[in-house]
Design a protein around this ligand. Sequence first.
Ligand code: PGA
Length: 254
Amino acid sequence: MRKTIVAGNWKMNGTSESIRTLLADLIAGVPAVEGLVTLVCPPAVYLSQVKAQLGEAPVEVGAQNVSAHPLGAFTGEWSLAMLQDLGCDYVILGHSERRSLNGETDAEVAEKVAATLAAGLVPILCVGETLAQREAGETLSQVAAQIDAVLQRVGTEGFASVVIAYEPVWAIGTGLTATPEQAQEVHAAIRAQLAGSDAAIADKLSILYGGSMNAGNAAELLAQQDIDGGLIGGASLKADEFLTICAAAAESRK
Ligand code: PGA
């Protein structure tokens, strides 16, 4: 069975104090279930603090971005070696906010995925269509093109260690959520795209849904055959909401 992953993308939120409280609540309530990975992705400046507080708790830590360069004159960036040094195992890459606000291209995202795989960390590759693309009937072709750019760079074998997050751009932070059927259609298409070259890798691939997933809608999204978890923004900042989603994910594995 594929892994189910519930990842909190805290984006640029939190203080050392609010993070201490949130994590204490998460540690107290997180379900320890075989095959379920619970993950938090704090702002990079808090990674050390989070890692130290988690100790042996069954919660993994990820970054929200990384440079593809190994080191050097890249002011404001951090490297994979630094994330390794902090004990960070996952990296969100190609989030739509980085694509739209920081101009990250498919080629740059592919380069980051390749560097992350080479360093032995797990990339969480974000893909998704804008509202205009959905309305133009271009959802599946847009998502396929974003994945293809990475496939060209790391090959299908690379996807044995990649997690994909399908995040419709129009659903991120808007309170609008893809219906379970809309999400399932895209998730199934992503799996079919990979299955075209390697059915076993496609079958093992965890494909997360992201975009206003919350305590109220998680269970029905996670019940879909090809939805293997969630990448949660706003709802991951509230321990009770996030833990309800984790519980729904644990339930979806039964
Ligand atoms: P949201 O964010 O849950 O607040 O919509 C999801 C994301 O951007 O990863």
